[in-house]
Write a protein that binds this ligand. Sequence first.
Ligand code: MG
Ligand code: ZN
Length: 448
Amino acid sequence: MTLNKRTKLVVGFATCALVAAPVAAFAGGHGDNTRAAKKAIIGGKARNVILLIGDGMGDSEITSARNYQVGADGRLAMDTLPLTGAYTTYAVQKDKPSIPDYVTDSAASGTGWATGHKTYNGAISVTPDEKSVATILELAKKSGFRTGDVTTAEVQDATPAVLASHVVDRDCKGPAVMEGCEVNLIENGGKGSIAEQMVATRPDVLLGGGSAYFEQKSTAGQFKGRTVTDQARAGGYQVVTTADELAKATADKPILGSFAKNNMDLEWVGPKPTLEGTAPASCAPNTARTATQPHLADMAGKALDVLGQQTKKSKKGFFLQIEGASIDKQDHAANPCGQIGETIAFDAAVKKALDYQKSHKDTLVVVSADHGHTSQIVEGPTKGYTATLKTLEGGEMTLSYATADITGSQQHTGTEVRIAAGGPQAANVLGVTNQTDLFFTMRRALGL
Ligand code: MG
Ligand code: ZN
């Protein structure tokens, strides 16, 4: 058997649990793609929508992961979506919403595609004047679609939270941490913390970390004195805490998967950047990773399997969001291998979605990010912190983190980011759009 160059690269890294299989790219090369591009433009309705979000996954983060894992001329699964555009991500100022906040956080940006509304940094699906606005997941559920929300972060973290809760501050994750969200307290006539609202909204599949907040007790209302996990069970959820339990969970009841106290463990480890730069080094699997935690692709596969079973005989399909959360968190931490490992793990989840779409052509798949981030691919040491990685194709790639001190948190950036799609309505990501436009694209696709 002869192995082509890309296959060899992947085999060479077989020690690492997460390897995105190389896939044929749609665009590029020396051929004429006109017919393929025309064929990819499909109007009409989608039975299912799968939205995959790489948190903080700007073009730089995608490129460094590609260079490292499949080579500069290789293609990740996310690179093979047929139609690609860019969208703007800015937030707005709370006190003066006509003025942009050019650098968004995950709460404002998530609210953008979840609701179609621009809002202020920190807002979870509320407008600048703190009014709750319906989300794509809530609208889909109300209309008879099944729904799922999957992340590697706490499920109460901003990106998953924007689909199924409404609070004025993203930090109000559980009933014991409601400072700043007095207006959302149940005792004040609100709907409670993010954790309480999410299990009340009751997506059919809710997977990630964040058990710390589910173990907090409600301070008022029907479930006063009981944990949010109790509330979930009362609402019919089967609660699973390990990969094995998740694999065995059945489709006849909603699934709450809570696999870590806070964020789930990282896939990879590697060199820490310094002011002088580092000797070229490779990334390695994180041996400290809790073995009972599922990988993002495992959670994505299970969610697709369960939602597919649940909708097999019904008229309506499903809406599912899958987030690779710690691309962002490791970019904040100036951890190149952490960041790349999470991007590759996210890409494996994209592959699951694309495989599902192959046998369910009436599925819209969208892959995007919520905002750009710090990491830059540079030539050598910079004014900031750099580390050099030995890529699997034999090159040396230097990444720079230069928006904060090494002990601080590197910053988001205000750049536009990639949005790619395939399936019905995918043409609406072409050109330069606004993040809020994605809400209308998905709503139109599902006929909501
Ligand atoms: Mg996030
Ligand atoms: Zn961030």
